[in-house]
Design a protein around this ligand. Structure first.
Ligand code: NAP
Length: 194
């Protein structure tokens, strides 16, 4: 890890061609059913949003994360449906410019994410989940310790990339892989450092 003891993990759904959403921000083409979902909800229960938990009557304990970092364009769809605290079971940081407080449980951050991230890494607790999107992920690229891809057998040709920013080479080691019967893969990469 770059600093501290807590890991920053970018856990995200991607197409085979490296997109996390379509050009218009849509992501409905990622299947919301299939055998991978039950397994992912056990491995990464923190990624189940609060309003979904309430709708399906579950409230699993946090396993790997207690903090989430979210970019404004990832947060906005929740706001648009009146959900101001999408991950109430986590400490939530939303990166946005000119956005006044939306919810007492959400901290709005305007500025360089690196100093905040380094401070968070030094705090005691579970891991830090980088929810996305690609814009925020690229700013935090140097600090990402683990990349967990939910890789769907889908190609879309154009969209919002996993990392949106200038060319930069970063090397990872494949630490774990799991293939589900429906072709979805869970790929866990550890950052090569030094
Ligand atoms: N497939 C998945 O698992 C997954 C996961 C997450 C997101 N997504 C999708 O990804 C898309 C969004 O990704 P994106 O790359 O377009 O945007 P994003 O990273 O979610 O948000 C970028 C925006 O956040 C604000 N921001 C970023 N860095 C900032 C900083 N340092 N200080 C202050 N504000 C900052 C800026 O907004 P303002 O200047 O406007 O405030 C910026 O335009 C959405 O469609 C979402 O659904 C998919």
């Amino acid at each position: 890890m770059a600093t501290g003891t807590r890991k920053l993990t970018y856990y995200v759904a991607s197409t085979v061609d490296g997109f996390i959403a379509g050009p218009d921000g849509s992501w409905e083409f990622f299947p919301v059913e299939g055998e991978h979902l039950a397994d992912l909800s056990v491995r990464y229960p923190e990624a189940i949003p609060t309003h979904v938990r309430q709708a399906i009557g579950v409230d699993p304990a946090n396993v790997g994360f207690d903090t989430v970092l979210v970019g404004r364009r990832t947060y906005q769809p929740a706001l648009d449906i009146g959900v101001t605290s999408p991950y109430a079971h986590l400490k939530q940081y939303v990166f946005a410019r000119g956005l006044t407080s939306t919810d007492p449980e959400v901290e709005i951050v305007d500025g360089d994410p690196i100093p905040l991230l380094r401070k968070l890494k030094h705090e005691h607790g579970l891991g830090i989940w980088l929810c996305g999107g690609g814009n925020l992920a690229h700013q935090l690229l140097d600090e990402i310790d683990e990349l967990v891809l939910k890789l769907y057998p889908i190609v879309i040709g154009e969209g919002i990339p996993l990392f949106a920013g200038p060319f930069q080479v970063n090397n990872y080691t494949l630490a774990e892989s799991h293939t589900y019967g429906n072709g979805v893969m869970l790929l866990t990469y550890a950052r090569n450092r030094g």
